[in-house]
Design a protein around this ligand. Sequence first.
Ligand SMILES: [Zn+2]
Length: 291
Amino acid sequence: MSIVSAKEMMFEAAEGKYAVGAFNITNIIQMEAVVETAIEKRAPLIIQASVTPSKFLGPKVIAAVYRTLAETAPIPICLHLDHSTSVDFCKECADAGYTNLMIDASKQEYEENIRQTREVVDYCHSLGALSVEGELGTVSGVEDQVVVAEDEAQLCSPAQAVDFVERTGVDIFAPAIGTAHGVYKTKNPKVDFERLGEINQILNGNGIKTPLVVHGGTGLSKEYAIKLVEMGGAKFNVSTELKHSMIDAVYTYISANRDEYNPGKIDIAIKAAIRGTVGRWIDILGSAGKA
Ligand SMILES: [Zn+2]
């Protein structure tokens, strides 16, 4: 039985100075590919579904497939709802069997962000071993239906991070530190490593209490990723790169095999592409062999 929340695996990651890869999926084939790769690498895994794919497939369907795959897997696996701006949808997914929920009220006024996050935390904790991720400050770019312009993105203040974590009771915390969703427009994006380190020191300096999440993994160099893990990132989100891997693989396969009408072969091409991307990230994050 390897159904776990993000919190427990991230405590181990934070203590062991590596990060758990959190990979966004939009369909079942991708989910299988992500799980197979993590098993092969003996790496703890967080499967993420954002709101649109969760609604398209239905939270119960996603959770049922997750349970089926995770129950027999020899590694711990979490199913995470990524960037839900709706408290009610967080509750629906928690009821369906997701084990970690992200309420993203970061675009709300500060007090409203706290109120909504607290409501999801209280609900999820009443159901048992579920954990909740909250965000403070805003990550620029587009993740599902959440759009934040670069000049609107605000970095998280360390003092406010402490207040937010204490008042909401979140289990894991995503401070905005300059990473972005989607594809970076510059080769060397301005990432505030020191800010992440400072927030980590305040929250987790005297023993791990609230492990930290890094959003916007796609396009960050290996060096940046390793430094973010060193500074305290214990969950590392990769979304856009998996979407690109999948769509490029489908395009390449169909372009080369235009007369082929066996959809299974396209699924095989998708799996191979996703496995390559996920395997590379697991190696960078240092989580291989940790499960
Ligand atoms: Zn994100």
